[in-house]
Design a protein around this ligand. Sequence first.
Ligand SMILES: [Zn+2]
Ligand SMILES: [Zn+2]
Length: 159
Amino acid sequence: MAQDSIDYACIDDDDLCLDNEASEINQLQLAALKEPQAQEDVDERLATVEFHCSGCNMHEMVHYYGRTPPFALGIKFREDSFVLRDPFQAPPPRWQSKPEFYVALGVKCASCGKVVCKDTSCSFYYTKTFCLECGKTELKNWPVEAQSRLRKQLAAKKP
Ligand SMILES: [Zn+2]
Ligand SMILES: [Zn+2]
């Protein structure tokens, strides 16, 4: 009887060891699961996308590149855009369904893919956004109004 109880104690110890190992693995897995989640929370508030206008050299870190910024609900840009959250806007609570203020700084030229800001000395919009260089090349295919609008814009451009 005494022998038996020692045996049981041993088995119990083994079980305990296994349990500990199992729960350690669980904890490790939990930690691994938690980490990217936490990072996502941080990233959402951080401007991690680099915007660099090829025209005027404006350089800014923005929050989003695409057409449907998650923080500007209901907004869908016609072109993939570099979008900055309004830096003066306090973060809204999670449950808030109103869009935040935001600034669309620029896009990629529809023809050559260069990044340009919305400034009239860097880009021209006719059905899509073009850098001024591509605008000059494309304009011969455009209707007269669009051509003269770009010509005016080019003439007004400061050197
Ligand atoms: Zn620019
Ligand atoms: Zn271009």
